[in-house]
Ligand binder design. Structure first.
Ligand code: FE
Ligand code: FE
Ligand code: FE
Length: 164
């Protein structure tokens, strides 16, 4: 029999991918915050680190509800996105340009997460898991708000980078 026999199996697999992504970000966001110079950007990374820890806990609660374990899967896309963030952290760049580059890396991360949460919200709807829908929508909205906050921060930072 195939390992994935129903949408529920795929849902669990997708949740594991998100859990791996979130736990990788709990490790990566403090480095992004440390590398940022602009105070608003630095605070933004720190605030999203706190949100990310809660997002991982939310997923743990959903796994418990499903009688499943969250581990055993690595999100390879997030490994790549975090590696790109690390490259930018190590880049020899003036502060405003580095900040602009950190935003570029961070927005790729948020868009990946928005795609992932958007998918599992729709699976949870079909599966009739209404509490899961509520929890996952909350995380999805936080990712969207973070993306918007990064766009907002980029206005002044990109201008400063252009003038550097
Ligand atoms: Fe997240
Ligand atoms: Fe993934
Ligand atoms: Fe995020």
């Amino acid at each position: 029999m195939p390992a994935l026999t129903s949408l529920k199996d795929l849902y669990i697999e997708q949740l594991k991918d998100l859990y791996s992504a979130e736990t990788q970000l709990v490790a990566a966001l403090p480095k992004m915050a440390a590398a940022a110079t602009d105070p608003q950007l630095k605070q933004g990374f720190e605030r999203h680190l706190d949100q990310t820890k809660v997002q991982a806990q939310r997923l743990e609660t959903l796994f418990k509800d499903l009688g499943e374990e969250p581990g055993g899967h690595t999100c390879k896309a997030m490994q790549g996105l975090v590696a790109e963030g690390d490259e930018m952290i190590k880049e020899d760049a003036v502060p405003a340009v580095k900040d602009a580059g950190l935003i570029a890396a961070a927005q790729r991360v948020e868009h990946y997460e928005i795609a992932g949460y958007g998918t599992v919200v729709r699976y949870a709807e079909v599966l009739g898991l209404s509490e899961h829908v509520t929890q996952l929508r909350t995380s999805e909205q936080e990712e969207k708000d973070t993306d918007l906050a990064l766009t907002s921060a980029s206005t002044a930072i990109n201008q400063a980078a252009a003038n550097a």
